[in-house]
Design a protein around this ligand. Structure first.
Ligand SMILES: [Zn+2]
Length: 456
């Protein structure tokens, strides 16, 4: 029996820490604490943990020590988050309550700026709506997030529609700059010190310029007091059929021109290009392949960060195109497990997978997060980062929720968590000077984080 137990322990050990991160003594102590608070959380729920991770619903999650651990964790970067979905509802609501130029259309519950061409007699000053109790905050919470979806409604049309409620966030320069300053302060407070914002731009150069310039101005102003904080931008276009390939190319030209115009000192502010939208319902990547391949050939400094593999459709093979088009990172890659040979290519080429657990669960790609394929990608040594995607619609706290879910559902060790945080810096689009600064500060914050745990 002793031999059996020895062999068993040997096998367990071989599967325990495959990411290769070696913990020092203090980190080992912190790892013990992590395992304890993970267990405490499960016991506090009588092991009745929903592996669907209902982040907006279950108070037991927010009140747990593990959730506090995830908040304080120096997370590095969030490399996949969409521009108008950056702030979770609670923070967006507070931001809008402080504005004198933001209104709510009481018929549609769409946010309107006072200078909007769609401003009408049904619009009431946002803060007045709630001060005068014309509507409850909870009613808006349901309307503006996935909380309001009933089980018989199809998720993607419902989700897609949510983007229209705050579509005017970037239309007015003052509002846009203030929004992004609030966003950056929020991310910083959660120990996320770098973000890469995926944002849809238009063929109208001036329109697109004004938005990116506002984001850049907000960032440079925030950076004055927080020099270790950085932001980068990824221009995107929808894969919806009504956007022709000609329009996609025009937008690529706009993004490329903006890349030369709007910068962060001597480094690029705009990193490259993405294609977004429901993968199974829209144009496939292969249709863009000739355009993207030619564009890359003509502009080798233009990187691709492509949504790909956000699908459980048996026919979906976009990940092959993302690979052939030399994507630096891919968003989701939920179905990469279906192609073992391609999976090895992703591993060898270190194509980074932006895994968005809460998003994947919320949009119905993975019903039980214990079965999320990225848990295995991590163990297999593929390059993986955790990202939040669209926190406003389904997260209580940006990226905190994704780490919490991964720790509980994938039973992560501190070594694996550390590995994910470091990856988010190493596989960011930052050039070496900024990346080194980010890493240096992250290490300092990580050591302080470990020290705090050990001193408990
Ligand atoms: Zn996305």
């Amino acid at each position: 029996m002793n031999d059996y137990l020895l062999l068993r322990e040997e096998l367990l050990e071989k599967n325990r820490n495959l990411v290769g991160v070696v913990l020092n003594d203090k980190e080992k102590k912190a790892d013990e604490y992590l395992q304890k608070i993970k267990q405490d959380f499960k016991e506090a729920c009588d092991n009745d943990v929903s592996y669907k991770m209902p982040m907006l619903r279950d108070e037991r999650i927010w009140q747990s020590s593990l959730y506090t651990f995830c908040k304080k964790l120096p997370k590095g970067a969030d490399l996949h988050v969409h521009s108008k979905a950056l702030l979770p509802f609670e923070y967006l609501f507070d931001f809008l309550m402080g504005r004198d130029d933001v209104y709510l259309d009481m018929k549609t519950l769409v946010m309107r700026h006072k200078n909007s061409t769609l401003f009408n007699d049904d619009c009431v000053l946002f803060k007045k709506v709630f001060e005068d109790k014309l509507l409850s905050r909870d009613d808006l919470y349901k309307k503006w997030t996935l909380l309001g979806k009933t089980h018989y409604q199809k998720v993607w049309p419902y989700f897609h529609n949510l983007f229209y409620y705050c579509n005017e966030l970037e239309d007015d320069r003052d509002l846009c700059v203030a929004y992004y300053q609030r966003v950056f302060a929020y991310y910083y407070s959660l120990n996320i010190h770098h973000l890469e914002i995926h944002s849809m731009l238009k063929t109208d150069y001036d329109f697109s310029y004004n938005i990116v310039k506002s984001v850049n101005d907000a960032y440079l102003s925030f950076k004055k007091d927080h020099p270790e904080f950085s932001v980068r931008y990824i221009g995107a276009v929808t894969k919806a059929a009504f956007f022709t390939l000609e329009i996609a190319e025009e937008i690529m030209n706009v993004v490329y021109r903006l890349k030369q115009e709007i910068r962060d000192g001597d480094e690029d502010f705009i990193l490259g290009f993405d294609l977004v939208g429901e993968e199974d319902a829209n144009r496939s990547l292969i249709e863009y392949a000739p355009l993207l391949a030619k564009y890359k050939n003509d502009h080798p400094d233009f990187a691709y960060f492509l949504h790909s593999g956000e699908s459980i459709n048996p026919d979906s093979d976009n990940l092959f195109d993302a690979y052939l088009l030399d994507a630096k990172r891919v968003g989701h890659a939920v179905n990469l497990y279906k192609y073992p040979s391609l999976l090895n290519e992703y591993k060898d080429k270190e194509i980074c997978i932006e895994s968005c657990l809460i998003s994947n669960q919320s949009l119905g790609y993975v019903k039980d997060l214990r079965l999320h394929p990225a848990a295995e990608y991590l163990k297999r040594g593929l390059t993986l980062v955790l990202c939040s995607d669209d926190p406003v619609f389904f997260e209580k706290e940006t990226l905190v929720d994704d780490f919490f879910a991964a720790i509980v559902c994938w039973n992560l060790s501190l070594a694996e968590i550390k590995h994910l945080c470091i990856n988010s810096i190493l596989y960011s689009g930052l050039q070496s000077k900024s990346r080194n600064l980010l890493m240096k500060n992250w290490k300092k914050n990580w050591d302080n984080f470990i020290e705090d745990i050990c001193q408990r």
